[in-house]
Design a protein around this ligand. Structure first.
Ligand code: SF4
Length: 391
């Protein structure tokens, strides 16, 4: 049976893609240690007509068995003979330019779909302590470990906004020994003041709550908290640093706190599907959406170089069930998803992608209609928030 764009996205996450011939651009290891594959855009299909961005695994050993073959302009499913259109987004022209300090802009920030992801701070402390999260490869990424100044980040974000139409910059740090919020704050302020973009922050809850409040006051538009797993035993085993330094509860309280202070749908809980029983993943989605936040669900990728490199990737059928559940819970809780302009994420299946999995009930159609209306009503709000703001 022919897959819709979201089903193809999920199957690519689970199986990866082989490549026929040469690539027009190289593969970039992205920050956060969750992806290092081929960026692809899958054109939208009726009835949604929404394009789907996917970062498909290429180099990991499990890709040897993939049925998918990228042929330059399409992906062949060798099981069924079906061909799916797919394009590689062009490499941003600013990637190869240096900032005024001489750092290449692609070493400062990386496009992950249509947004700019930037790792700030020094490399994650857990890597130096041997307590890194077992799925992560951030510590192997040299670009991540080199320090970036506020000027480097502002210049790169300005180029990304002007030349690639970026509307959203996502700042991320690994564990910074209690200093993450203070490290991130000057970047948030400078991006809001000099660039005029939406700014997301992904840090661990290593700081007291008032430091999150200070970031909200500085203009942060979004927070995501990576608690990864709902099952406390799995969290303890696969995230030993997070367990020892903060504990799972700290992530829950931080998400509750920030979502409680921000508009519905502004925050997300980030989880990895495929390493704990599916029922626990569904439970995590239920809990995140009950707060009015949205789930960011990564399909587990056994990355080469990580401690879990030899684990099998998850099954497509399980991941499809998870993503459908994500759509249904966002719908049931009326979480406003996809309102901000031009934010497509290639490393995860977004709740808006999962709309392709909807059964088309009256509730689905009503929710989609509401989202369309909210998107129009929210336009002036986002326009305002994307203007450079005086101090
Ligand atoms: S906190 Fe975990 S996932 Fe994040 S950078 Fe550190 S080791 Fe990697």
């Amino acid at each position: 049976m022919r897959l819709n764009p979201c089903e193809l996205e999920i199957d690519l996450f689970c199986k990866g893609v082989a490549i026929d011939g040469d690539l027009p651009r190289g593969l970039l290891r992205t920050r956060a240690g969750l992806g290092s594959g081929l960026e692809l855009v899958l054109p939208g299909a009726p009835p949604l007509k929404k394009d789907v961005w996917v970062n498909a695994p290429v180099t990991e050993p499990f890709v040897r068995d993939t049925p998918f073959l990228f042929r330059g302009q399409d992906i062949l499913d060798r099981r069924t003979g079906e061909a799916y259109a797919a394009t590689i987004p062009p490499e941003p022209p600013w990637y190869a330019r240096p900032t005024s300090s001489g750092k290449l802009m692609r070493q400062v920030g990386v496009m992950q779909g249509t947004y700019l992801g930037i790792y700030v701070g020094v490399s994650c402390t857990f890597w130096r302590q041997g307590l890194e999260c077992r799925f992560c490869t951030t510590g192997l990424n040299e670009d991540v470990q080199s320090r970036k100044s506020v000027e480097d980040v502002v210049e790169t974000a300005l180029a990304a906004k002007e030349e690639s139409g970026v509307t959203f910059v996502h700042l991320n740090t690994g564990y910074q020994g209690g200093a993450a919020a203070r490290i991130v704050a000057p970047f948030v302020e400078a991006l809001k003041r000099h660039v005029g973009v939406l700014v997301g922050v992904q840090i661990a809850p290593e700081a007291p709550k008032f430091e999150f409040d200070a970031l909200i006051d500085a203009g942060a538009d979004h927070f995501s908290f990576c608690f990864e797993y709902m099952d406390p035993e799995v969290f303890r085993r696969l995230c030993p640093g997070k367990e020892q330094a903060m504990g799972q509860e700290a992530f829950f309280r931080a998400l509750e706190h920030c979502q409680g202070r921000m508009p519905k749908g502004a925050c997300s809980g980030e989880i990895i599907a495929g390493n704990e029983p599916i029922e626990r993943t569904l439970e995590a989605i239920d809990w995140i959406t009950s707060l009015g936040a949205f789930p960011t669900v990564c399909v587990f990728r056994p990355l080469a170089g990580s401690a879990m490199a030899d684990e099998p990737p998850p099954r497509y059928e399980d991941m499809r069930r998870v993503m459908k559940h994500m759509w249904e819970r966002c719908r049931d809780r009326s979480v406003p998803i996809g309102l901000a302009p031009n934010i497509e994420v290639s490393l995860v299946c977004q709740p808006t992608d999962a709309a392709y999995l909807a059964d088309g009930t009256l509730g689905d159609r009503w929710y989609m209609w509401k989202l369309g209306l909210l998107r129009r009503l929210a336009r002036p709000v986002f326009r305002r928030r994307m203007r450079p703001q005086p101090a």
